[in-house]
Design a binder for this molecule. Sequence first.
Ligand code: PAF
Length: 284
Amino acid sequence: MIVTADPQAAHDWTIVNSRIGRVAFVPTMGALHEGHLALVQRAKELADTVAVSIFVNPTQFAPTEDLARYPRPLDADLSALRAAGTGLVFTPGNEQIYPPGFSTFIEPPSVAQSLEGELRPGHFRGVCTVVLKLFNIIPAAVAVFGQKDFQQSLVVGALVRDLALPIEIEIAPTVREPDGLAMSSRNRYLTPEQRLVALCLSKALRAVQSSFAKGERRTDILNAVMQKELHAGEPGGVDRVDYAVVADRYNLEQSDLATNQSVALIAARVGTTRLIDNMLLHGD
Ligand code: PAF
């Protein structure tokens, strides 16, 4: 059964003839792809009912970012969720999440400060605020997030731990296209030529994994391996590298030497599209 909430009615659900039981929740911004559906599959393993939210959260976009052009194919998303066996779909409108007078925001945890947090001021404030609100609306025992948004998963983990939220967080592996490109709703912005360039990200991450496996531990060398791959190929690789760093997988601190607890993270621009990806250096 799929239930979509009436955007006019705060938190209204119509649940007919269904045993809800334990709920696993997958928060999304829609424009669903196989990566999201893998989160739904993982959620199905963890609970009796899967709840998915689709909400393009304006407070996590800076004024210069792609809020207006963010894809919103709601009918296709609902069909995909129905086919995937989703029990509940929550599709609030802006005014339901941010009613007039809304003024309470979450101060993100320290792990939100670097990387995305530095380059996208306010992003994690918006993410934390909407995630907490969604957790309060949706009666879930567990929420499933993707490793693709690595820093986000650490931020949400810290939010839950620091505020003692009564929900477990499960992180599901990144789903990739056969050629290695991490699935992302933003991939649909890429032209066929740009899509080829976008492969630089996963190639760079594989290259750094390989250097680490061969024994390289110096992070300046490992970071340089990624930079080289990101600028390789025709016509010179990605258009801009926001970061390509090896950091601690639990707190994102960067130090001189990588360890078995390190993760490599990249954010880069191909044309006007900003892509992120990551791989754990020791196993993924
Ligand atoms: O990862 C996303 O799609 C969003 O950041 C989330 C968690 C749904 C919050 O808007």
